[in-house]
Design a protein around this ligand. Structure first.
Ligand code: SF4
Length: 442
């Protein structure tokens, strides 16, 4: 879009959307809404605190990107948490049409009611810059939106520039914990003035010019989301293999299993490839339908999250790393061999009612796998290959905590299994002919 000077696409229309079976759809939606309201994440945490509720948990689990991903915890984390925002700045919740979650936040900037920051913005413009001013983040969020700049990539790029400054590689006047000059820098990025002209190029290109590749926190040119993957190594595999680059969603969002919801061992590579593939495919299928990904939280039974200290929950979490074999059977099975619906995944029933197609768990997984492979093939055509399924060295070679050698991402071991199960060539990263044929992509 950028290369074509395309800023936005709008669509408008007055026709009704045709629905295959309206009565069935109403029934499915009715019970789906009830389930969302009952679940601890979609019925309580998200409506009350927005996505920012995760920030406290991330800090607790050493997953909160801090000081350009040098650390996984920030001493002032609670000053910028969703809970603090809700208690001190929130005017009201807002949500998308028909969604009962209402995760959106309305706050005030200069006497005007505007959209409040999401979790990623809180994290990447907060702890990642060693900034604990919630008012500043709220104001910057509005400013960056108005300028048309992505808050996440802007935060990641500025953190990298701060570390370049600290190491004497580029003199920008940007320092961790110093924020007074940032509103001007954001303007300069948007209008490509002074250092803003170079910052506008993003982390990857800055590292090619000034060095510091090992702490240039990006994958395939996209700055990472706010989850520090040395506190959740499956998330690290997801970031590395995501077609979009360091995206928390295209990566499969393993953090939810590795501490933010379930309590699977976050440091073991065991079972992570299988679960990452399953999550990536299902999330891709849901995204292809146009649905929001947050309702997927109900995929994990609420009691597993609220009763994590019970024997049953502990057993489930202990078994998960050993579930790779059975998960891979599901990953490899043709869609038609899995003709079931899962209680926590009503999206399949909803899609069937709306479209008239038979969308089961198997079908959804296969639609997602086809999409994921199609993106992969597009990337390959553009020269993005297996060597780009990588993380910056800080995350793979340097333990986050010197006293715990497991606190780094053992990427290569997980990647090997991941490629084998995906049916991708280990050196080029390309889907095999057999895989392409299976998915109808030959
Ligand atoms: S559809 Fe998604 S983004 Fe919109 S209010 Fe619901 S949970 Fe939030």
């Amino acid at each position: 879009m950028g290369s074509k000077n395309l800023k936005a696409v709008t669509a408008t229309g007055g026709k009704k959307v045709e629905v295959h079976d309206r009565e069935r759809m109403k029934k499915v939606f009715g019970s789906w809404v009830k389930m969302l309201k009952r679940h601890p994440l979609t019925g309580e945490a998200m409506p009350k605190y927005g996505t920012g509720f995760l920030l406290r948990l991330m800090n607790e689990h050493h997953m909160l990107a801090t000081r350009n991903f040098k650390h996984g915890q920030f001493k002032d984390f609670d000053m910028v948490s969703g809970q603090t925002l809700a208690a001190t700045r929130l005017i009201k919740n807002v949500g998308c049409q028909t969604c009962p979650i209402h995760c959106g936040r309305i706050v005030e900037v200069n006497g005007k009611q505007v959209k409040g920051p999401e979790l990623e913005t809180l994290g990447l413009l907060g702890p990642n810059l060693e900034n604990s001013s919630l008012d500043a983040i709220i104001s910057w969020n509005h400013q960056l939106d108005e300028l048309g700049l992505d808050t996440m990539s802007t935060g990641g790029t500025i953190a990298f520039a701060m570390e370049l400054q600290e190491k004497g590689l580029w003199d920008t006047g940007l320092h961790f914990g110093e924020i007074a000059n940032l509103p001007q820098v954001f303007e300069d990025i948007a209008y490509r003035r002074g250092i803003g002209d170079l910052l506008a190029e993003g982390t990857k290109r800055l590292s090619a010019r000034f060095g510091g590749e090992e702490f240039a926190i990006n994958v395939k040119g996209l700055e990472l989301a706010a989850y520090e993957p040395r506190g959740a190594v499956g998330q690290g595999l997801g970031y590395a293999t995501a077609n979009r680059g360091g995206c928390q969603l295209n990566s499969g969002y393993m953090v939810l299993m590795e501490g933010l919801g379930l309590q699977m061992d976050p440091y073991t590579p065991r079972g992570k490839a299988a679960l990452t593939i399953l999550n990536q495919n299902l999330m891709e299928g849901i995204s292809a339908s146009g649905n929001c990904l947050f309702p997927l939280f109900t995929f994990y039974p609420g009691w597993l999250i609220t009763h994590q200290h019970t024997m049953v929950a502990k057993t489930v979490n202990a078994i998960l790393p050993y579930s790779g074999g059975s998960t891979n059977m599901l990953n490899r099975a043709p869609g038609k061999l899995v003709p079931i619906h899962l209680p926590g995944l009503p999206q399949t029933k909803a899609l069937s009612a709306v479209t008239g197609w038979r969308i089961t768990l198997g079908a959804l997984k296969e639609i997602g796998e086809r999409g994921f492979n199609l993106e992969r093939l597009f990337n390959l055509r553009m020269g993005v290959t297996a060597k780009d399924d990588a993380l910056p060295k800080r995350l793979t070679d340097e333990p986050q905590r010197p006293d715990d050698p497991r606190s780094r991402v053992p990427l290569e071991a997980m990647k090997k299994e991941y490629y084998a199960v995906r049916g991708w060539d280990s050196s080029s990263g390309a889907p095999s002919q057999k895989k392409k044929k299976q998915l109808g992509l030959e």
